[in-house]
Design a protein around this ligand. Structure first.
Ligand code: SF4
Length: 439
């Protein structure tokens, strides 16, 4: 049987969908279509079904997508329409991995994928194509006849070197994922719970290969995806970086990029760095090879109490030192700070405001965020703390001085809407038993 797979393709999830498309594209008797609107998706699914092929419609979901414009309601209706025309509906991504039950019970997906899906989705599609039982595939969950969640078991973490990060043969590329997984497990962040706590790095040879593919398409800005760009080469949590591995990576990429007029961006969007990894040696090294003028440093709070409660494993002074070192070597530090953590007091927020001004005096800019409860994380069930008026006034002073920016107000709105989605039953994580939760 031939299988037609339609991906819902939007800006929020395109990098992860690109990696999945790359893992399916080379399968025989399988074709992949990307749909950018609901109408396109439905029409494509109908055309596949009419042709007599097996239709699979796939979504990658972020929790923050759900409340925007009541997307959760539209999605539920669409899944029903797709099931009515006998398409198999599947979903994965950070939200679904943290809340498989809600994805199955509320949205009505046939199957969900937990954690990274390059291998499990490919195995699933192959099983459908070959008429085998797809329920033997690991990394998936579904509802049994009693409406209970059945998890087929975790799939082995993939070796990044065995998978293309994007389908460059379709002229589709994005920042190259150099590292996956993070040992820190910060309590509000989905990375460690989605991809595991073991660092996995793409080898320098493979990174260079994909840099070549990006350059061949005429793209000159080379960017990377990593939970911490300065963790390249590390195996476990460490305050020291692996300078030799970082140098090997950056120098190798630089040598390839230079001949085509390419520019390297490392430690800037879309990856940040942990503050304790910013040292004189590493910044000196970056300075020689990268084009970015800023370094994005995750600080999150100016309160030692909050840093401990969210599991950051660095101190406020680590952040100040990182900003100082960055400025002394010609980078503008852009510091991420988050307000509204569960249990955050006025005193904690004031400590963050004081840290912000201290960093601004050094030469930093502040990237302002509001805490968002994400399913699958230890804080996934915890409500945000409202920001008191006097703290908001201080935040506006920072922005007014031209030293702060960010989507903190939009995130505040989304965060409380997510709380509401728990109450409406759209999100139904069973935190202690959720298969997406890796310890
Ligand atoms: S916030 Fe950064 S360091 Fe913490 S778990 Fe997420 S990716 Fe890792």
């Amino acid at each position: 049987m031939r299988v037609g797979v339609v991906f819902q393709y939007g800006k929020d999830t395109r990098y992860s969908v690109n990696a999945l498309v790359a893992s399916l594209d080379k399968l025989s008797r399988v074709y992949v279509v990307l749909a950018e609107s609901e109408e396109e998706l439905l029409n494509t699914a109908k055309a596949i079904a009419k042709r007599g092929d097996l239709c699979v419609v796939a979504y990658s979901l972020l929790t923050t997508m759900l409340p925007v414009g009541n997307y959760y309601e539209k999605l539920r209706e669409l899944v029903k329409l797709l099931r009515d025309i006998k398409c198999i509906t599947i979903a994965g991504g950070p939200h679904v991995s943290g809340d498989p039950l809600g994805a199955l019970r509320y949205f009505g997906f046939n199957y969900v994928f937990i954690g990274e899906a390059e291998a499990s989705l490919r195995n699933f599609i192959q099983a459908l194509r070959d008429g085998l039982d797809p329920l033997n595939v690991r990394g998936m969950a579904y509802l049994d006849e009693g409406n209970n969640l059945v998890f087929t078991g975790r799939e082995k973490p993939i070796n990044l070197d065995e998978y293309d990060p994007f389908p460059y043969w379709r002229r589709m590329v994005n920042p190259i994922e150099i590292t996956r997984g993070c040992p820190y497990g910060c309590h509000y962040c989905q990375v460690s719970y989605l991809h595991g706590k073991q660092y996995r790095h793409r080898s320098v040879e493979k990174v260079v290969y994909y840099v070549g593919k990006v350059l061949e398409l005429g793209i000159r800005d080379i960017r990377f995806i990593s939970p911490d760009s300065l963790a390249y080469g590390l195996e476990v949590e460490s305050r020291d970086v692996d300078l030799a591995s970082i140098e090997n990576l950056v120098l190798s990429v630089y040598n390839v990029a230079r001949s085509s007029g390419g520019r390297i961006y490392l430690g800037s969007f879309p990856s940040e760095v942990r503050p304790e990894h910013v040292s004189r040696e590493v910044v000196n090294l970056l300075k020689k090879y990268v084009a970015n003028k800023s370094l994005i440093i995750g600080a999150q709070s100016g309160s030692e109490r909050i840093l401990r409660s969210i599991g950051r494993k660095h101190s406020v002074e680590d952040v100040v030192e990182a900003a100082d070192v960055a400025v002394k070597h010609g980078f503008t530090p852009e510091i991420d700070l988050i307000f509204g953590f569960p249990g955050e007091s006025l005193e904690d927020m004031n400590a963050t405001i004081r840290l912000a001004w201290r960093l601004i005096k050094i030469g930093a800019r502040i990237h302002l965020h509001y805490y968002v409860p994400l399913p699958g994380t230890p804080f996934g069930m915890k409500k945000p703390t409202p920001i008191p008026y006097e703290v908001k006034k201080e935040i506006w002073r920072i922005i007014g001085a031209g030293k702060g920016y960010g989507d903190w107000l939009k995130q505040e709105e989304i965060s409380w809407k997510i709380v509401d989605l728990h109450e409406k039953g759209v999100i139904q994580p069973k935190q202690s038993k959720a298969p997406g939760f890796i310890t």
